[in-house]
Ligand binder design. Sequence first.
Ligand SMILES: Cc1ncc(COP(=O)(O)O)c(C=O)c1O
Length: 390
Amino acid sequence: MRFAKRLDEVPPYLFAELERKIAEKRRAGVDVISLGIGDPDLPTPQVVVDALAEAARDPGTHQYPTNHGSDELRQAAAGFYRERFGVELDPASEIVPALGGKEAVGHIAMALLDPGDVCLSPDPGYPPYTSGPLFSGADVHYLPLRAESGFLPDLDSIPADVLARANLLFLDYPNNPTGAVVEPGYFERAVELARANDLVVVHDNAYSELCYDGYLAPSFLETPGAKDVGVEIFSLSKGWNMTGWRTGLVAGNFEVVERYRQLKTNLDSGMSEAVQHAAAVALTDEREFPREISEVYARRRDLLATGLQEIGLEVRSPRATPYFWIRVPEGHTSASFTELMLDQASVLVSPGDSYGPSGEGYVRLSLTVPDSRLEEAVDRITKTLVILQS
Ligand SMILES: Cc1ncc(COP(=O)(O)O)c(C=O)c1O
């Protein structure tokens, strides 16, 4: 058999690798605590589950959904954007449902990039910002995220010849994997850059609803001119504990939204009507749910920060996202520290370099495990590092 070369161009998907490692250990009878994957441990709001169950009983939901998405979900999304971000969106032309943010990232890359084009992708970054463009035959130009610049790419240092070939800029704040939040004025600069270079900005807003200490993350679409140059991908996965439901949306520039829909309708047939109804209920009746979940993560964040600081790790507590982005101790690489944690502490962390070359020297820890497991993980990490230091 012969397979397409595009599959050889990307490394094995990070989380597939991590899942394999956990399964191997667990088969050997080891109790592994996984802080590797950002998959919420708490359930979807009951009201949303009930809405799905009720909708699933209606035979009207059993057929193909419309490829534009249901009116109900698009109206609910417009209402959510108006109330949460003060952004006006036309439900008919500026919103289309997505089967989760990941699907949207991949398909938007395919809708915007031709072979020979360049995609500007943050490094470290969510892996589909690289695989999506590579599957489209485009080249990826990494934009390094450095601690000293608040993990925001330096938009003024992109070489002119790269900008001339670039057609897509991915940004995501609150950021995975660094946990960083955007600084005032940054999105404005991105709009300016896009205007000057005929770039499309795709802001992946997977984490705006998980914020702490009174911080509320903005939408890129709040930025003046944002709708002229780009779109935002929004996901219900993290804020409403709905990773398994595959619910999100693409909103903003009507041409990008339409081209994305056009591509998608050739490849998938959209989101089940019953799931769309449940997602609409989440965005209308459960708007406050992400605030409650954020309080749970804030408590866990403080627990983890205190534990790690006590053993001398350099820790910056995130203001949003369930992620800690931590420098590995002197003498370690991302890979050696990840291995040490798995072998000696039976704690799985994500090696920073798997998010891109600038992630080397870091690991990512996720707060998506119950408090008692997190306490146990801190205890195990502490014991391992104390033995190492003695
Ligand atoms: C930055 C970012 N975007 C998108 C996603 C995908 O979310 P989903 O496909 O579940 O909506 C994730 C998931 O971890 C993410 O970290």
